[in-house]
Design a binder for this molecule. Sequence first.
Ligand code: SF4
Length: 211
Amino acid sequence: MIKTNNQNQVSKGLELPVMEHFYTIQGEGANSGKPAYFVRLGGCDVGCTWCDVKESWSFDAHPNYSIETILNWVLESKAPNVVITGGEPSLYNLEPLTFAFKKHNIKTWIETSGTNEITGVWDWICFSPKKFKQPVLSSFEKAQELKVIVANKHDLAWGQELAQKVNKDCKFYFQPEWEKSKKTLPLVIEFVKQNPNWNISLQTHKFMQIP
Ligand code: SF4
């Protein structure tokens, strides 16, 4: 296992800080129910109040791993898909990592707030903007899935504003915030019944009690 702290290698995207990694089932959004290897990068500057991975926020707490090491984790698991999440993965140069996966025919998926230019080659870009930090414009152009977390009624209106800015092929999902879902799920159900171009995303991995 290779662990270093070489910031130069990180800026080139040859090493990346990883908080955790595991093979599981994608629980949310358009790829819900499909097997995927999750690589959670460390570091986030978005600061969502309801974030359930606050331990990912620190930029110093997570060891850097080489692209080869990360690739080998996924190859050994035999996962057909990889999800790069965070933290906020758009903070990093993801070209070398995604090129390495593509060479091995592994499908590359990202979950991002889109607050920085999304780099790399992606089979699926899940763009989940947050009110706490503005996304960059290019994220609206690149998104294949717009996933808006619903913590209150206003988030439904905000999501519709965002939907007007994304590209025409993008799919729309409202996802009730887990802790508030008793209150927000009925709102989302009613909204989607009235607006069938929107879909519901649930955190099904939490029901399955898997990571
Ligand atoms: S962007 Fe993601 S990791 Fe960062 S604070 Fe928000 S939910 Fe947490």
